[in-house]
Design a protein around this ligand. Structure first.
Ligand code: SAH
Length: 427
């Protein structure tokens, strides 16, 4: 863990590893940063000076350490700067001290300590959640013996060897025997980075097994979606216990590897149907059902959810099929960007409208959205319109969010992404 490890790109090509640049930001950015935002956009940068030890005239390497300064040179914080990204600066610290190995170690230790406190003993858990852990650009998910790491920005990518070494150091004593990189996500394109994945440290088997709320799940850390599993819904899945009435039928739409579906079966559902468009996910869901001795009550279907819901809405209306006691809707983010919000709301409304018609009177709809750009009020308004158009009267029974290992930064509403409502159909 030398300086060269810590700042590979910079140390190898440009000047001393402890150098940084001074980034002066516009008044609106200064105000936002002072209110707790960690982000400065490219258009908000007034001037970049070579600053501390950066060789004059050298081009900047992406992810270079930056001191962020406001009007009259007022110090705002330290972070890293990617001249090639629209989201150019991410702050790491409000202190004017170098972002060195000791800094990263302290930050990682704090993130780990919090998980230990809030989900003691959990071995399937998000250990680092980017901005909300004041570690922008870094995600670490633990799946039993393997921790999966994502370097999402140039700032973390440039320090990947240091961060991997620190994580390895901190996680081995907790029983982690392999570190795997899954930086194969499209957001890296915005940083000018290629996709990358592979073993960082230790041994990484093709699949690992995790335990969640007393159930077992196989996780494909190398090839599965995102880092392999959706840990953010853990407590929401446990909450299904309150909504599954023994003997009822349950529908889990966008079921992925069967997590909600298997919880429903575990809590007493007589029959569960899971629907997902990914053949790999559906196959894995079947294996997970068998692993938990629930295969006889679970059926997983590979289908487009929009088509499937339309078809079953017709079947239920024609009394060819009975409605469900509980329906779960956990779709992917329909609004990956601000521009997609309108279209996304139409998509959310369509699936919720149809799903409400599939719920038996007195039954429940558990409905989620993980789109950052659709905040709770907008989501709730969409549900109101879906209910109105479907002619279904419903109560809002619960409003929930992500499990506590996926916190949001209070000062950055954009870090709060997962919302989940429980509705109860009346009449
Ligand atoms: N409920 C899951 C996570 C769902 S993630 C869990 O608890 O683990 C969203 C899922 O939607 C993914 O598995 C993806 O394959 C699936 N998906 C995306 N578009 C779809 C579509 N049009 N129809 C059905 N499934 C879709």
């Amino acid at each position: 863990m030398t300086n060269a490890d810590g700042n590979e790109a910079r140390a190898s090509r440009h000047g001393p590893a402890e150098s940084w640049v001074d980034v002066y930001v516009s008044p609106p950015a200064e105000e936002r940063v002072r209110a707790g935002s960690l982000w400065v956009f490219e258009g908000e940068i007034v001037r970049v000076d070579a600053g501390g030890g950066w060789p004059e005239g050298e081009s900047l390497s992406p992810g270079v350490e930056a001191r962020v300064l406001g009007r009259r040179g007022r110090f705002l914080g330290r972070g890293y700067y990617n001249p090639a990204a629209n989201l150019a600066v991410r702050l790491l610290s409000r202190q004017d001290a170098p972002i060195d190995e000791a800094f990263w170690r302290r930050r990682l230790e704090a993130a780990l300590a919090w998980r230990h406190q809030t989900l003691p003993g959990a071995t399937a858990v998000r250990l680092v959640h980017g901005e909300a852990d004041l570690l922008p650009g870094l995600v670490v998910d633990r799946y039993g013996p393997v921790a999966v790491v994502q370097f999402l920005t140039a700032g973390t990518d440039a320090r990947r060897r240091l961060l991997s070494a620190l994580l390895w150091d901190l996680l081995q004593p907790l029983g982690v025997t392999g570190l795997y990189e899954r930086s194969d996500v499209s957001v890296r394109k915005l940083e000018g980075l290629e996709a990358r994945s592979g073993v960082l440290q230790g041994q990484v088997p093709p699949e690992v097994e995790i335990e969640e709320n007393g159930l077992r799940f196989r996780v494909d850390v190398r090839g599965g979606q995102k880092t392999g599993y959706y840990l953010d819904q853990k407590l929401n899945r446990a909450r299904l216990a309150a909504y599954v009435k023994p003997g009822e039928r349950v529908l889990d739409v966008f079921c992925h590897t069967g997590a909600f579906a298997l919880h429903a079966a575990h809590y007493g559902a007589a029959q569960v149907i899971g629907v997902d468009s990914s053949a790999a996910a559906v196959a894995e869901a079947g294996r997970n059902a068998a692993l938990n001795g629930l295969a006889d009550r679970c059926q997983f279907v590979e289908a487009n959810a929009f088509d499937w819901l339309r078809e079953w809405e017709r079947k239920v209306a024609a009394r060819e099929a009975a409605p469900f006691g509980l329906v779960i809707l956990d779709p992917p983010a329909f609004a990956p960007g601000r521009r997609n919000v309108e279209a996304a709301l139409r998509g959310y409304k369509e699936i919720n409208l149809r799903a409400l018609r599939l719920v038996a009177p007195g039954g429940h709809l558990v409905t989620a959205s993980c789109s950052h750009h659709i905040q709770v009020p907008l989501f709730e308004e969409m549900l109101r319109q879906a209910a109105a158009d479907s002619g279904v009267a419903a109560q809002i029974v619960e409003k929930r969010g992500a499990s506590p290992d996926h916190p949001a930064l209070l000062s950055m509403p954009e870090t709060e992404y997962l919302k989940l409502f429980v509705l109860r159909r009346l009449g």
